[in-house]
Design a protein around this ligand. Sequence first.
Ligand SMILES: [Zn+2]
Ligand SMILES: [Zn+2]
Length: 161
Amino acid sequence: MASAPMHCYRHPKRETRVSCATCGRPICTECMNQTAVGIKCPEDARVPRGARAGAMKTNQIVKSLLAGVAVAVVGVAVAYAIFQIPAFRLIFAGLAGYLAGIFIHRAGGRNGGPLAMIVSGVSVALAFAPFVLPQVLAGSFQFFVVLPALVAIGFAVYQNR
Ligand SMILES: [Zn+2]
Ligand SMILES: [Zn+2]
């Protein structure tokens, strides 16, 4: 947190140390709205989840992409572990995708939207690629190899809708 006082974007004469969780603009105590996901400005408190699709700011886009890279790298180990499990692979794959999706969603400032969905889908797909691609390229569509990957991708993308 910067220690320099900011000024409410709606009341430029009022000093504040609070800023909107969604857009980052400073807001005074009169303007702030306490929501389930933090303090928000009146505009963002009114906008329903998902309506701000594509409204990520540059630093949130960068964080989303970094989170995607992290998911792809760590995900390879997770995907490997999932393929060692003889049963209930789909449940573990779904859980892994769900957690990856939440991670990327938070990294992007909880905006979600098309870019976050693409980052989630691609990063989870990359995590599964070393195990799924050789099978697919060899022309053998193995149900219990391809399906867990699709389930994980689906859960990750869904979190960023
Ligand atoms: Zn705002
Ligand atoms: Zn204000």
